[in-house]
Design a protein. Structure first.
Ligand code: HEM
Lengths: 311, 277
């Protein structure tokens, strides 16, 4: 007899926001190609559409956060240490943009963002994002699994970590003048974690190009980890055998560790992680282990019990 | 009544300040009502009310220096209402925080016990409650002048606790709490150097401005050195770089110089209230 166990994050179909953005793969490619032809984009606020088929494997289980909330409440220290940086972030030029992929790979390469938009298997995924500050949102990202990119450059067997480096452009990022922070913003994960299908390079949100305040033109997201693990506006991806010390880990190792997997039972030194505020609503809901993605990722951590996996 | 002076007459000066003390709360209520507090309104309101509480606390400590430097005895009449208003904002702060936890008071209590920065804030709140409760005319009489003054010197350690609470709750950027801590250092320094009953001389106030600025830089250095992985020397160096806006030490220095400048203003010959003690 088949037994149906509803996982914590699953909800009746009716509550999921209707799929208004489901288009064919070819359209996604056309949109990408159109970008290429388009003259320099006037304003990132009027981001060009970027459509892709929604991946229905990962169900958010919650309403999608309003686009306005998700694009005006952002942590991006390069632009300032409060959340209202969406306006100054518009000064970050989104084109031309290249991402170097180098280090322990067979074929190091520099990718233009348009090449990625054109050649990578774009899809839309609706992910929950849990910030270490005990708030969360649900965002329809457009992007591709990083494994697709790594297939192109072929990591060497000796590579163990993937390191993401955020752009650091003093002319447009006033926060960099706070010279005591360990710029550039560095984040990383293991190669095994990156190989997980959930590990997603994001180039769009809400059916449009990813706005700079959310990490445009390209950012990373591993939804089972706290949000700070997701590097924004990435310019370099390095494969290495040495564990990186991330930006936040350098600043406050006791609060922001390397693994930073979501766990409601392991409190941040200053607040409980048991529950989270859902951005743009009045709801405070229980936080789930691995942010509810345990069935896809828990296996990555067998044998790592001695690591500080949770914060 | 907060709008009457000691003789019981209506005081427009006090009435205006009294009304102004409600303004931040009204603006906060309006922002809440019109849903302009952002996507995390409870937390935004917690921050707003806390910020006003600490501002009013420091303002109440600035009353004596202001009175002495400006030679305006009337300013002293404001101290009680500012102090009580500070307590009111702290209570509002606590209630809003409880609201953020869906008014689960058990949860509030357990968080206060478990998070050291909240415990510290709570101790400060208790202290402010004691000061507010002994702020009625009757209480002042019962305690007697010296006893009341001794008790109300608690305002200094309470402010220090509140500043620790403020600093600990910050993420990495402690600019604002350091600014407040620097102003507090000036206020404490003032009490060290002020002669009985009057303002220090201009040279002393100038020296105080420099010392308070240096103390601010020192506290900031110590914080980054002890509590973070950030290189404190880089922070110290940044005091010389004004491209990102002024660092707290510079603001404190400017405020101190401003106080000295006010002291240097020529004394007004025609004392309006010759009888004032
Ligand atoms: C039971 C007592 C108190 C509780 C439970 C409490 C709680 C909090 C909380 C939860 C925060 C925000 C932390 C965050 O967002 O991560 C905060 C911030 C703050 N609190 Fe309190 N607090 C208390 C007492 C006080 C007192 C007595 C003062 C000052 C007189 C104060 C001043 C502040 C300030 C200035 C901030 C930071 C505001 C900002 O950064 O904008 N708090 N408090």
């Amino acid at each position: 007899m088949p037994i149906l166990i509803r996982r914590g994050w699953e909800i009746p179909e009716a509550r999921v926001t209707p799929e208004h953005l489901v288009f064919g793969r070819r359209k996604a490619m056309l949109a990408g190609a159109g970008l290429l032809a388009a003259p320099a984009m006037a304003s990132a606020q009027e981001a060009a559409p970027l459509r892709a088929m929604r991946n229905t494997r990962y169900v958010p289980g919650r309403d999608i956060t309003g686009e306005r909330e998700a694009t005006t409440f952002n942590n991006y220290y390069e632009f300032g240490s409060d959340k209202g940086i969406s306006r100054p972030a518009q000064r970050l030029p989104q084109r031309p943009w290249t991402v170097k992929v180098e280090g322990m790979v067979e074929t190091p390469r520099e990718f233009g963002i348009e090449d990625l938009l054109r050649t990578m298997p774009l899809e839309e995924r609706v992910y929950r994002l849990r910030c270490v500050e005990a708030w969360s949102m649900v965002v329809p990202w457009t992007g591709f699994p990083i494994s697709a990119l790594l297939e192109v450059v072929k990591p060497l067997a000796s590579a163990r970590y993937v390191v993401f480096e955020t752009a650091a452009i003093p002319a447009v990022m006033p926060g960099l003048r706070q010279s005591w922070y360990p710029w550039p913003y560095i984040e990383g994960c293991t190669v095994a974690e990156a190989a997980n299908d959930l590990s997603f390079l994001v180039v769009g949100a809400y059916g449009k190009l990813l706005p700079p305040q959310n990490g445009g033109p390209i950012r990373f997201h591993q939804p089972w980890k706290y949000g700070f693990k997701a590097g924004k506006s990435i310019v370099r991806i390095t494969l290495t055998d040495r564990r990186p010390v991330s930006f936040w880990e350098q600043i406050q190792a006791s609060e922001y560790g390397f693994w930073a997997n979501v766990n409601p039972e392991v409190a941040h030194p200053r607040w409980s992680q048991a529950s989270e505020r859902v951005l743009g609503t009045n709801a405070r809901i229980p936080t789930q282990l691995f942010n509810g993605y345990g069935e896809f990722v828990a296996g990555l951590y067998t044998g790592l019990q001695n690591e500080r996996l949770w914060a | 009544m907060p709008w009457r002076d000691r003789t019981g007459a209506f005081s427009p000066f006090k009435a205006v300040v009294f009304a102004a003390l409600f303004l931040p709360a009204l603006l906060l209520a309006e922002a809440a009502w019109t849903a302009t507090l952002g996507p995390k309104p409870w937390q935004a309101a917690t921050h707003d009310s806390g910020t006003w509480a600490i501002r009013l606390l420091l303002l109440s400590l600035a009353i004596t220096p202001a009175r002495q430097i400006l030679r305006q005895a009337r300013i002293a009449e404001l101290r009680r209402m500012i102090g009580v208003a500070c307590f009111a904002y702290v209570m509002l702060h606590l209630v809003i925080y409880a609201g953020d936890l869906a008014f689960d008071w058990l949860k509030v209590a357990s968080e206060i016990l478990r998070r050291i920065y909240l415990t510290i804030g709570f101790v400060a709140l208790l202290g402010l409650a004691a000061l507010a409760a002994t702020s009625t005319d009757g209480a002042v009489q019962r305690l007697g002048g010296p006893g009341w003054r001794r008790l109300h010197r608690l305002a200094y350690p309470i402010a220090a606790l509140a500043l620790v609470h403020f600093t600990l709750q910050s993420k990495a950027d402690v600019t604002e709490p350091m600014l407040m801590a620097g102003l507090f250092a000036w206020l404490m320094g003032y009490r060290l150097v002020a002669p009985q009953g009057g303002a220090p001389s201009l040279p002393v106030l100038l020296a105080l401005a420099v010392a308070a600025a240096a103390a601010t830089a020192g506290i900031e250095f110590a914080w980054y050195a002890l509590a973070t992985g950030i290189n404190p020397w880089r922070v110290l160096e940044a005091n010389l770089d004004v491209t990102f806006g002024l660092r707290p030490a510079l603001w404190v220095g400017i405020a101190g110089l401003g106080a000295a400048a006010l002291r240097a203003l020529p004394r007004r010959r025609t004392a309006r209230r010759p009888a004032e003690a």
